[in-house]
Design a protein around this ligand. Structure first.
Ligand code: F6R
Length: 233
């Protein structure tokens, strides 16, 4: 893992953007994208740039079960608002959280990943070490599936909802195995509440107890952290 320390989230977004910019010059086609607070500064850099994404494909990590793209808390809505409306891509994939047959939707999504190999996967990390919505205990070779969110994740995400009862308890998430198929990973983390997860991911054992530790088994991982997130390394 290459660890890059930055001053703050703005500098982290810039750094991640530079890596993507160079890779696009080198001819990549597909970005794996994340939602949440962490990638916002990266998306701001992408929007402010003159890079053209109209020949690029994006594949998002996850979506809440039960929410459709018109729901303001859905991840499809988040991506439209924070990136796609300003920077159109050729195609954008986000799991369909309202699919009637969720098992078929998971299979469809793994087929999408297989036919559009991800060149660079953008990741955030949960306080409990989750990547995507793969909570502790998820097998490290998991494929896209319907997952139960833990109390701590529901608690962390309630800031986007009116009340905690509104936070969905399930999501469709790319599996850890699906994520690791990407050719390059860029994981970003800012703030003190990510410090334990980052320390475990970098220096701890590879274990389902801390899903992000699986990244130790990937050959090309860049970790972009501010001082607070790196404080326990
Ligand atoms: C979001 C995702 C999650 C987040 C993680 C951190 O698509 O897959 O793993 O990256 O929960 O969230 P933030 O960035 O809000 O701290």
């Amino acid at each position: 893992m290459e660890i890059i320390r930055v001053k703050d989230a703005a500098a982290g977004g810039k750094r991640a953007f530079e890596i993507i910019q160079q890779a696009m010059k080198d001819g990549i086609h597909t970005l794996g994208l994340a939602t949440g607070s962490t990638p916002i500064t990266l998306y701001q850099e992408m929007i402010a740039s003159d890079l053209d994404f109209s020949e690029m494909t994006s594949i998002n990590l996850d979506e809440y079960v039960g929410l459709g793209g018109e729901d303001k808390q859905s991840y499809r809505y988040f991506m439209n608002e924070n990136l796609f409306n300003q920077k159109p891509f050729k195609e954008t994939f986000v799991p369909n959280g309202k699919a009637e047959d969720l098992a078929a939707e998971c299979k469809r999504y793994d087929d999408v990943i297989a036919t559009h190999p991800i060149d660079i996967q953008i990741l955030g990390i949960g306080r409990n070490g989750h990547i995507g919505f793969n909570e502790p205990g998820t097998p490290l070779d998991s494929q896209t599936s319907v997952v139960d969110l833990t109390e701590s994740t529901i608690e962390a995400n309630k800031r986007f909802f009116d009340k905690v009862e509104d936070v969905p308890t399930k999501a469709v998430s790319m599996g850890i195995g699906s994520i690791l198929q990407g050719k390059k990973m860029i994981l970003m983390a800012y703030g003190e509440d990510k410090a334990d997860a980052i320390a475990g991911m970098v220096n701890g054992p590879v274990t389902p107890d801390l899903p992000a530790s699986a990244l130790q088994n990937h050959a090309d991982v860049v970790v972009i952290v501010d001082d607070a997130a790196a404080s326990k390394l």
